[in-house]
Ligand binder design. Structure first.
Ligand code: UDP
Length: 354
């Protein structure tokens, strides 16, 4: 079976690092990788291929920037051309980015069955571009690999039980990556803090594109940095741009985006994770750290129920109070909420059985 995999954004490289390896090792499967170019800076793309041993993409599309419609449209046009030339048996997409939607839509129109990894997640906020991408991708997928029971429940509620699509809970491939690379964690170059700092990532459009929310978050981070513990921010390029444009002053330890091995080191040595990322909420949990999430909803609701994560939106006082309450709190994964790190091999085995 020839699988055509579409990737383009940072979290997809991290997921592909374990899945592509499992596909390569599974008899009967072969993979052609397409990189859309959605993330293109060396420290948002190349470093992951180098560090994590992801096979070099067979097709590099170099599509980034512009509005959502513009970017997705250009991807649709070019991905279709690649599919017509490669004639794959299945198309594999990850998560919820514009690359995911463009890949799924191009494949569905060509009647190539779509496989969606990280299917079934919902924030129930249709203003998030990710929510639109994931709902539409799920609708045109033939195989939906879900990371959690919550994702299965979401799809059942949407009527997937009566469809011919296959819906399976295989666990979360991000736990596979975290476990696989944990031993190779590397301190970021020039980094001099040893432990106890607050690791912060910030890049969701709902925060960066709203000056009021972004202003409140920056003000909260400044207060936490001054009064709770040093705040370390590997800064997403988009966030850096908006902060500069708005003239906001972030008085934290701002560093360039780091590679995954450095990110794991920062997670392992932090005293708390403060984020609006999807993946980083779970990684905090995988490394035993409490997480404070600067969003109004999360797709990873099981982390709220077990008390590992708290949602604080973009409310300055709530962010500061939650950081103060949760810093250095240890969390434990008693129930293997994310499948225990076997997702990639389950996915490859299932694909080979189709
Ligand atoms: N990440 C990284 N370096 C950084 C920031 C994040 O390697 O400087 C990793 C992080 O550990 C996680 C993934 O990128 O595995 C999450 O990506 P992001 O937060 O961009 O996207 P989301 O998960 O919100 O879709």
């Amino acid at each position: 079976m020839k699988i055509l995999t579409i990737i383009g954004a940072r979290p997809q490289f991290i997921k592909a690092s374990v899945v592509s390896k499992a596909i390569l090792e599974q008899p009967g499967l072969s993979e052609v990788i397409v990189h859309t170019g959605q993330h293109f800076d060396a420290n948002m793309s190349d470093i992951f291929f180098d560090q994590l041993g992801i096979p070099k993409p067979h097709h590099q599309l170099d599509i980034h920037g512009g509005t959502h419609g513009d970017m997705t449209g250009r991807m649709l046009i070019e991905i279709e051309q690649v599919m017509l030339a490669e004639k794959p048996d299945r198309v594999l997409v990850y998560g919820d980015t514009n690359s995911t939607l463009a890949g799924a839509l191009a494949a569905a129109k060509l009647h190539i069955p779509v496989v969606h990894i990280e299917a079934g997640l919902r924030s129930f906020n249709m203003r998030m571009p990710e929510e639109i991408n994931r709902i539409l991708t799920d609708q045109v997928s033939e195989v939906l690999f879900c990371p959690t029971q919550t994702a299965i429940d979401n799809l059942q509620r949407e009527g997937f039980t009566s469809k011919s699509a296959q819906v399976l809970n295989v666990g979360d491939v991000m736990q596979d990556s975290a476990l696989f690379f944990a031993q190779r964690a590397t301190i970021p170059e020039g980094f001099d803090l040893k432990s106890g700092f607050i690791l912060t990532t910030l890049h969701r459009a709902e925060n960066t594109d709203d000056p009021l929310r972004l202003g409140a978050i920056v003000s909260a981070l400044n207060e936490i940095h001054k009064t709770v513990a040093p705040v370390v921010v590997p800064m997403h390029p988009r966030t850096r741009g908006v902060i500069a444009k708005l003239g906001l002053v972030l008085e934290a330890r701002v560093i360039a985006p780091v590679g995954y091995l450095e990110m794991i080191w920062l997670l392992q040595h932090s005293g708390l994770v403060l984020t609006d990322s999807g993946g980083v909420q779970k990684e905090a949990f995988f490394f035993g750290k409490a997480c404070v999430t600067m969003r109004d909803q999360t797709e990873w609701v099981e982390l709220l129920s077990c008390g590992a994560n708290v949602l604080v939106g973009a409310d300055r006082d709530q962010i500061v109070a939650a950081a103060r309450q949760n810093v250095n709190r240890v969390v434990i994964d008693d129930n293997q909420l994310y499948g225990g790190g076997q997702a990639a091999s389950r996915i490859a085995a299932h694909l080979a059985s189709l």
